[in-house]
Ligand binder design. Structure first.
Ligand SMILES: [Cu+2]
Length: 177
């Protein structure tokens, strides 16, 4: 299970680096960090903000979420205030918090803050980009465009890859069970 998970992530990075290649090469010899460093398509030079391994949980319709690791290469904190994607007319920046003994998700006040020279994880069970009204099925390997608005900086544009996330339904949207 772990091995398969790692391979899927590595394939996503290769797909980004290849910039449109229809069939990603096996990624066994490519480390995630090396691929990310060589991936200008995921970089917003004006802010020095990048995202590594961006992915979207596969779904037929309705709600899903996007994840990845935001990386701030500058000496100042960067705040992401909103996001857009052709996949969903409504997108929110969510966090998962404990409320009365159960975990619920809600819009994150102030957005996502990526510390100077630091990272901010978007992952199942934690902060995530919430797609509220998915308009078409997301299949494994799908390429979904996103734009994140950055306070006082250029938007970050990237392509997230559709990925199955088995057994994580309750973790990823705990408030909707
Ligand atoms: Cu959510």
């Amino acid at each position: 299970m772990y091995v398969r998970h790692a391979l899927v992530l590595a394939s996503a990075v290769v797909a980004l680096t290849a910039c449109g290649a229809s069939s990603p090469e096996p990624a066994a010899t490519t480390t995630a960090s090396a691929a990310a460093a060589a991936s200008p398509s995921a970089t917003a030079p004006a802010t020095g903000l990048t995202i590594t391994d961006p992915w979207v949980k596969t779904t037929e319709e309705g709600m899903t979420a996007a994840f990845g690791t935001l990386v701030n290469n500058t000496d100042a904190a960067v705040t992401i205030t909103s996001g857009t994607s052709p996949l969903s007319p409504t997108i929110e920046l969510h966090e998962v918090v404990e409320d009365g003994g159960k975990m619920v998700m809600r819009p994150k006040k102030g957005g996502f803050v990526v510390p100077a020279r630091g990272t901010h994880q978007l992952q199942p069970g934690g902060d995530h980009i919430m797609l509220m009204g998915v308009t078409e099925e997301v299949k494994p390997g799908a390429r979904i465009a996103f734009t994140l608005q950055v306070q006082g900086g250029e938007p970050l544009e990237f392509t997230a890859i559709g990925k199955d996330f088995a057994g994580g339904e309750e973790d990823y949207q705990p408030g909707h069970k």
